[in-house]
Ligand binder design. Sequence first.
Ligand SMILES: Nc1ncnc2c1ncn2[C@@H]1O[C@H](COP(=O)(O)OP(=O)(O)OP(=O)(O)O)[C@@H](O)[C@H]1O
Length: 351
Amino acid sequence: MTTAPTELDELCYLTAQSMTSLVTSQHFKLIKKLGEGSYGKVMLAVHQKRGTPMALKFFPRRSTTLQAFLREYNLSVSYCTHPSLTRALGIFYSTPSHYVFAQEAGLYGDLYDVIVSEEGVSEESAQRVMSQLSGAVSHLHSLGFVHRDIKPENIFLCDRAYRWVKLGDFGLARAQGTKVRAVWYNSPFCVPEVEGAKTVSDAEEAEDIWMSVEPSLDTWALGILIYCLLTSCFPWEESTSDDPSYRKYRDWFNRIQQREETQDTEAETDVSPQFDSLSSFVLTLLRKLLNPLPQLRPGPDEILSYLGGPWLLKTEKEEMRREQEAQVEAKKMHERGGVEGEKEMMGRRER
Ligand SMILES: Nc1ncnc2c1ncn2[C@@H]1O[C@H](COP(=O)(O)OP(=O)(O)OP(=O)(O)O)[C@@H](O)[C@H]1O
């Protein structure tokens, strides 16, 4: 275990001793609700005396352990120093009904709203968002933490055009290598390696399946996120063999793999239909991030090698068209240069 997760345990122990109780309204003016999750609600507030805006995250005490609250708070305040991670502001307290901490507020909603909006996300914006998240998640991984809950609802916008985004919600973040119960849930963000837990959850007396928390969980989520940003859809409903769209993806993935191993360039490798609008360039990246085998998934910084090129097929075609036009133009210039040159030669001869 790296030192940061061990330090985090110590910080939780120490902050438990200095927890104060406050009356929220005596210190903060609540402005509006920023959002609500399964653990509690988040309010936009300003500090009564200083006017500082902040997000106050309220955790009901009846459903939250003090340890879980302090872990999320301390992780955010002490380790989220990357500009694209949501940092806590050093304010935490309890009320008779809630534990509360203050965090930087994303004032422009979250990425989910943008993805489902009519305009969708441009290719340029998708790359800008992913370059920031690649850095943010790499930062967490370098400290030995895995986020485990990367999804559009947990990416907050710092400006209207989402030029600057911040990953938040560290409630499920754990130290790399922690053994946790494998939990299957119905979403493409749920990794295929927990498929076994789906059948277990149906069988009453089945034994729990345990898994190790690894960075590859976040890598998978970043791959799904890229797909969502580019298409405003999910690639499939759930990453299990029951899902026809996921099966198609996996078959395609295996065919490409086989072609690479056998170097059989003739082999048929038509892309699985839900990827039709994506460029071959970004498909290479997605095949890496969405590798069904977790141990073969790269780190989030792999994304950096794929910035700048076309991610949408339309753009890839456009780029080819632009290149062809440039070549035709260059040829014309060359020919014109030749004719001008010839005229000049003729002129010289006549003189
Ligand atoms: N710092 C913040 N700035 C702006 N909006 C925020 C912030 N924190 C949370 N929100 C909003 O509140 C919603 C719920 O917050 P959050 O995801 O942290 O809660 P949760 O109960 O842990 O959720 P989940 O069910 O995803 O685990 C987010 O989707 C987002 O819209």
